[in-house]
Write a protein that binds this ligand. Structure first.
Ligand code: HEC
Length: 195
């Protein structure tokens, strides 16, 4: 159990870093916002973020009490791992050109605070779109809905406002299975842009 989770995480990270290095830009080329390779990269990042969090939530919920305690102790949880992998690995592996965030109305984690464009794209997702994108002067953005699965509800489900049993500093969100709760949005810029 432990080994399969850890090796799964290692595989995810190796794949992620590998995929991101393939997208490295040849030296000397003139970068433009929203080049095909950057669009591909944005789609890949959104997919990886959704699947990594989903896979970890599934394992967490399937584990027995002892393993759950171990997972929580080691912070092998959907949020904690995805946060580290995506908040740190993605910008580092792309030389500061890209990030991917889980955009919701009331973020628990400040790393998920977006910008004006992500707020606008979240609005489009809430109005029913399944894929959204935008090209601004500085970057290409791509996003897809986050759908709550039953495996998410232990921490994010009902009743809204009750204490999260695993992260008591947070409260539950009141999400229901199948509900669209936010948008995963990737931003890819031709140059390092930080934040
Ligand atoms: C074991 C508890 C737990 C489970 C299970 C869990 N989450 Fe979370 N989730 C958290 C915590 C804690 C945070 C905020 C802290 C962080 O990101 O480090 C978070 C953050 C988020 C965020 C980012 C928005 C914010 O508030 O910062 C989204 C979106 C999210 N989770 C979606 C999901 C989805 C979808 C699932 C199921 C596939 C899921 N979570 C399963 C605990 C959990």
């Amino acid at each position: 159990m432990r080994r399969s989770i850890v090796s799964g995480l290692c595989c995810t990270t190796v794949l992620l870093v590998g995929a991101l290095s393939i997208s490295a830009r040849p030296p000397g080329s003139i970068p433009v916002v929203g080049e095909p390779a950057d669009r591909e990269l944005a789609r890949l990042l959104v997919n990886l973020e959704l699947r990594t969090r989903g896979a970890l939530a599934k394992r967490y919920v399937a584990a027995d009490a002892a393993h759950r305690a171990w997972l929580a102790h080691e912070l092998l949880l959907p949020a904690a791992v995805a946060d580290e992998v995506f908040h740190e690995v993605v910008p580092e592996a792309t030389g500061g050109r890209a990030w991917v965030k889980m955009i919701v109305d009331e973020p628990r984690n400040r790393h998920n605070i977006g910008d004006d464009t992500t707020v606008a794209l979240l609005g489009e997702i809430k109005s029913g779109k399944t894929q959204v994108s935008r090209t601004t002067a500085g970057a290409y953005y791509y996003g897809e809905p986050i759908k709550a699965a039953s495996t998410c509800l232990a921490c994010h489900g009902e009743p809204r406002g009750a204490r999260d049993p695993f992260f008591p500093k947070y409260t539950k969100n009141g999400w229901k299975a199948g509900e669209i709760v936010g948008a995963v949005i990737a931003r890819v810029a031709p140059h390092a842009t930080g934040g």
